[in-house]
Design a protein around this ligand. Structure first.
Ligand code: ADP
Ligand code: TRP
Length: 324
């Protein structure tokens, strides 16, 4: 049985189309596979490393509303809240004892995230987050973990530590497989950098039609003559547009680029129209989902998540000699 585990961060409530195509679309695709289960958890214990005020709650409500509005079907995806399940912290504590310092020192994502900050500006939680991440994965017998390249090392660590535990105590954990999103899904923006909250260069789902249209008009295009054929793969307007097209529409647009006489202003106008068509149902549904609906969904799912986690913790605690 394939069980895919994925997460959502609640460090912000600004959810952009890069996040949609990089994070939500793969979840929707995974759900369409037969005989596959998809688990999605709110990684609020991770987000707490950087967000330590009331916005954590707001971000959780709004991000979940956007996921639900953007066609994540809670009948097909099992959505739960990490902090509702004590097993995450319990398993993390066990793994902390089994993980050596030299290994943690090699974790590059921690180095990237902490940057040039001094040790009095970064939390121990950030340093140990790969261990919590391994617990998130191993608690639920996840077989597949889709992630960006930056997180591959962490999934491999989860796999290693699971193997080490199994070797010492007998079969306990399923070894997870990292599924690395292809570069194809890195959505670019104006400056050619990736669309990201960190660069403040994104289209997000709550942009008004006017804001959205202004942003698209600002995408720079090459100074090629209208008459000359153009390479769609070098054009950021195309790279965004193609995400919204069927394969036939995509082929058609490519041929228009490669033929003579394509005007970028026209393509941008078409992209604006298509983007509005794509975004408005999501925006509309988002506004109609109440806080209570989100709260109820998490409350409904907590017992099942706890049931799975408690069984795993019981097994672990018995094997290591905590429970007699
Ligand atoms: P951001 O860079 O905006 O802060 P996050 O790092 O919070 O985004 O990423 C949340 C999710 O969205 C991750 O799964 C990430 O792979 C995906 N994602 C973010 N930006 C992009 C992008 N430009 N293209 C594709 N996927 C993206
Ligand atoms: N650490 C991941 C990140 O920063 C998020 C994450 C937490 C995660 N737990 C996980 C990803 C479990 C996959 C599986 O992006």
């Amino acid at each position: 049985m394939k069980r895919t585990l994925t997460w959502l961060q609640v460090t912000s409530n600004q959810f952009h189309i890069g996040n949609y195509f990089g994070a939500i679309k793969p979840i929707i695709d995974a759900c369409s596979e037969e005989d596959a289960e998809v688990f999605l958890f709110v990684a609020n214990m991770h987000s707490y490393n950087s967000v330590q005020d009331w916005s954590l709650r707001e971000n959780t409500l709004n991000t979940l509303k956007l996921y639900l509005a953007a066609w994540v079907d809670p009948e097909k995806v099992f959505i739960y809240n990490q902090a509702d399940v004590p097993g995450h912290a319990q398993l993390m504590r066990v793994l902390t004892s089994l993980t050596h310092m030299w290994f943690m020192d090699r974790m590059h994502a921690y180095k990237d995230k902490s940057g040039k900050k001094k040790s009095n500006e970064i939390s121990v939680g950030l340093f140990t987050y790969p261990i919590l991440m391994a617990a998130d994965i191993l608690l639920y017998d996840a077989t597949h973990v889709p992630t960006g390249k930056d997180q591959k090392q962490h999934v491999e660590y989860a796999r290693d530590i699971a193997g080490k535990f199994n070797h010492q105590y007998g079969e306990t954990f399923v070894l997870p497989e990292p599924i690395i999103a292809q570069d194809l899904w890195v959505i670019p923006w104006i400056d050619g950098r990736k669309m990201s909250k960190s660069y403040n260069n994104y289209i997000w789902f709550l942009d008004t039609d006017e804001e959205l249209s202004k942003k698209i008009k600002k995408i720079p295009t090459s100074a090629i003559w209208i008459e000359e054929p153009k390479n769609p793969d070098e054009c950021n307007v195309y790279k965004i547009f193609r995400l919204l097209l069927t394969p036939e529409e995509d082929q058609n647009l490519r041929s228009r680029y490669e033929a003579w006489g394509l005007w970028f202003g026209q393509v941008k106008a078409e992209l604006i129209e298509k983007m509005i068509e794509f975004i408005w149902p999501i925006r509309d549904t988002f506004q109609n989902i109440s806080d209570q609906q989100v709260i109820d969904l998490l409350a409904k799912n907590a017992p099942r998540a706890n049931k799975i986690a408690e069984a795993k913790i019981k097994d672990v605690y018995e094997k290591i000699g905590f429970s007699l």
